[in-house]
Design a protein around this ligand. Structure first.
Ligand SMILES: [Fe+2]
Ligand SMILES: [Fe+2]
Length: 219
């Protein structure tokens, strides 16, 4: 990218994102965005690959349209809607490089990896992996319980109650989220660094649920 991102531009966009996500639920609020930013910088450092300006801006903007998705009750895809407005936001804060704007927009569009929108470049893969890492480890445990609380699910249940029940039901506990989705996340990672970290963080979750089962169901 020919234009280096100025620090004050990054700070101004960061303030805008904080403001925009102030009403977002705890699983996808500005704190999540900041953790994804941190994860993405860590992955960039380990991989020694990827343009830092693209990564920093894409991490900041990746969930910018979460509030819109919430308001539409899921009809709007926040990755697509976010990609639609990313260029306007960047230009409003003085980013002019067409190449930078294009790469950030595509990373926002592809961070969710649905349908045809698979991440292709190293920056897109890093944002995707950084976002996934935030669903694992102790943070992932916290987020899973937070979400279960939000939909009124049980605090804990057995494996058969959990996997035998649909999403958004009373049995859609943190444990169900782990069993059905989160324990498989390491297989879905797109960078080597992301995969290694994911395996480590998934192991933490595994041990947590083994101990929770012991506490609740053990003798
Ligand atoms: Fe997202
Ligand atoms: Fe996210």
């Amino acid at each position: 990218m020919e234009e280096k991102l100025k620090e004050e531009v990054f700070t101004a966009i960061s303030d805008y994102v904080r403001q925009h996500l102030s009403a977002a639920p705890g699983c996808h609020d500005f704190d999540h965005t900041m953790r994804v930013l941190k994860n993405s910088l860590r992955l960039q450092e380990i991989e020694q690959a990827g343009d830092l300006d693209v990564i920093r801006l894409a991490a900041l903007l990746h969930d910018i349209a979460r509030p819109e998705e919430m308001e539409s009750a899921g009809k709007i895809c926040h990755a697509e809607a976010g990609a639609e407005i990313t260029g306007d936001i960047l230009r409003r804060f003085g980013v002019t490089s067409p190449s930078l704007i294009h790469h950030v927009t595509e990373a926002v569009r592809r961070h969710r990896y649905r349908g045809k929108s698979a991440p292709r470049t190293i920056e897109e893969k890093i944002i995707y992996d950084a976002d996934k890492l935030d669903s694992l480890g102790y943070v992932g445990i916290g987020r899973a319980f937070h979400f279960a609380g939000q939909i009124g699910a049980r605090l804990h249940n057995t494996e058969s109650e959990a996997v035998g029940s649909p999403a958004y039901s009373h049995e859609d506990s943190a444990y169900r989220e782990y069993l059905v989705k989160l324990r498989h996340v390491p297989d879905k990672m797109l960078t080597n660094a992301g995969r290694e970290l994911a395996v480590e963080l998934a192991e933490r979750m595994h041990l947590f649920f083994v101990q929770l089962n012991q506490e609740v169901f053990g003798d």
